[in-house]
Design a protein around this ligand. Structure first.
Ligand SMILES: Cc1cc2nc3c(=O)[nH]c(=O)nc-3n(C[C@H](O)[C@H](O)[C@H](O)COP(=O)(O)OP(=O)(O)OC[C@H]3O[C@@H](n4cnc5c(N)ncnc54)[C@H](O)[C@@H]3O)c2cc1C
Length: 454
């Protein structure tokens, strides 16, 4: 018997440190846009809320992944000079106003036929800290959930987590899976699915470019953060001539609230061997991080050499992690269908709305399918798992088909989902009822009392 085999069969895991234990009404796993909104909303209803987050700060994809803008707040229009028309209110709007008051959010910036708003990632973290604290949410940072506590087959009683202090168990009346990856649903053995038959949108390493003469940059490129055909064709030419390695030609560049800075959403991370990566796989996400850093350097070189206003620019930093658009999703009682998005579907139990296009990052360039002067709604049942009790989902791991998810995943909507699911969790606790018995129309009323204007 070789050494490795003998060790794995004979060794036992021993951790003699005392375990930590918590009890709460509502447990929120994940401090991204959805988790923060869910935790704050539930706590404001007077129930006891605990939020756990694996990083040392909240923000998830928006901050650690540096996605950097709040998309999904404004309707799209074909009119070239249309003014921004905001159709998302409630928690998303509150968070935006709060960041704006701290000088951490730009006014609406043009993005094709619509608008987005660019934020400062540090201000995002601070805003979340303040809202959570003011609402009385207990927050555990650097706490990674590693298991689900399951009773009688499918009732979720809470979770177990890893902390540097030792193991931790948290019991909760209602658990909200806002992990982005449907981690708790998967750990509990409840039904999940991955993308389009296992194929997910590609990751992007976002980075911030400092030392930019943004006035000159804007004077040449115009106000649209989606770069036009001149830049696209230049990238294609330089990539094909092997002068630069630039695998994505349609790129997004946003001036940020900070002076002389561009937020660069331009990389397209695929495997060294050309395969599409699945960030759920350890091997793939490792490769994505390394490729991402390499590609960020190469795009920065291209900007410095070829884009007016960027002559003296340099990378300030990349995201803490590669930006992950899509992984595992919970199978819900209802699934948001691709055609719900394209036809602007409205639902009696709609608890959030989205005017955002299908923005599918798959293949050579992102594909955009616009919804013009309209929005669709997302029903409550997309956040209620098909099976399992005492558990809800919030955020990008909602039940939605592949293309629908490529629209429904953006931050404005994730705030709205958290807002809705925070209310649902509080209603379930206060009435000692199963979340699946709540009528989504009741949540809609609660959201409108908070100014969601649904
Ligand atoms: C490259 C890229 C660009 C994007 N661009 C934009 C954009 O410009 N505008 C826009 O609005 N949206 C954009 N998005 C989408 C948006 O950032 C995300 O979809 C959104 O932030 C998701 O929010 P969420 O709360 O659902 O999940 P996440 O933000 O993923 O939050 C999940 C949280 O859970 C934590 N977590 C996960 N697992 C565990 C665990 N086991 N234990 C404890 N904690 C855990 C994570 O650390 C994270 O903080 C982009 C996304 C990507 C990847």
């Amino acid at each position: 018997m070789d050494l490795v085999n003998s060790m794995t069969t004979e060794a036992t895991v021993v951790d003699q440190r005392e375990s930590l234990a918590f009890d709460t009404d509502v447990l929120v796993v994940g401090g991204g846009a959805a988790g923060v909104a869910a935790a704050v909303t539930a706590a404001r209803q007077g129930v006891k809320v605990l939020l756990v987050e694996r990083y040392g700060f909240c923000g998830g994809g928006a901050v650690a992944g540096l996605s950097g803008t709040i998309c999904g707040m404004y309707e799209a229009s074909d009119a070239p000079n249309a003014a921004p028309r905001q159709v998302i209110h409630g928690f998303a709007d509150e968070f935006a106003r709060s960041m704006s008051a701290r000088s951490g959010l730009t006014p609406p910036v043009r993005y094709g036929k619509t608008f987005t708003r660019v934020h400062d990632p540090l201000v995002w973290r601070e805003t979340a800290d303040q809202l959570l604290q003011d609402a009385g949410v207990q927050v555990l940072l650097h706490t990674t959930v590693i298991g689900a506590l399951v009773e009688g087959g499918e009732k979720i009683d809470g979770i177990t987590a890893y902390t540097k202090q030792g193991k931790c168990s948290i019991r909760a009346k209602i658990t909200v899976d806002a992990s982005g990856d449907a981690d708790i649903i998967a750990m509990a053995g409840l039904p999940t699915f991955v993308g389009d038959d296992g194929r997910v949108q590609n990751p992007t390493m976002i980075f911030r470019l400092l030392g930019v003469d943004t006035e000159r940059f804007l004077a040449v490129q115009g106000e649209d953060s989606i770069m036009g055909p001149d830049v696209t064709n230049l990238i294609i030419r330089l990539h094909n001539s092997h002068e630069y390695k630039l695998p994505r030609a349609k790129i997004f560049l946003f001036p940020t609230p900070r002076p002389n800075e561009l937020l660069c959403n331009c990389t397209r991370i695929i495997g060294e061997d050309g395969r599409e990566l699945n960030p759920l796989l350890v091997r793939d996400i490792t490769e994505a991080e390394i490729q991402g850093r390499r590609q960020a350097r190469e795009y920065a070189r291209f900007f410095r050499d070829r884009i007016p206003g960027c002559e003296h620019s340099f990378i300030n930093d990349t995201g803490v992690q590669v930006g992950v658009r899509q992984t595992r999703q919970a199978l819900g009682v209802t699934t948001l269908m691709n055609e719900d998005v394209t036809r602007g579907a409205k639902f009696r139990t709609g608890v959030a709305r989205s005017p955002w296009p299908i923005e599918l990052h798959s293949g050579d360039k992102p594909r955009l399918v616009w919804l013009i002067e309209d929005y669709y709604e997302i029903p409550y049942e997309c956040f209620v798992p098909a099976r399992g009790e005492s558990i809800l989902v919030a955020g990008r791991c909602l039940s939605a088909q592949h293309e629908a998810m490529a629209s429904a995943r953006v931050t404005g909507q994730c705030f709205s989902y958290g807002h809705a699911i925070g209310h649902a969790a509080a209603i379930a606790v206060k009435n000692n009822m199963s979340p699946r018995l709540i009528d989504g129309a009741e949540i809609r009323l609660a959201l409108n009392r908070d100014g969601a204007e649904l």
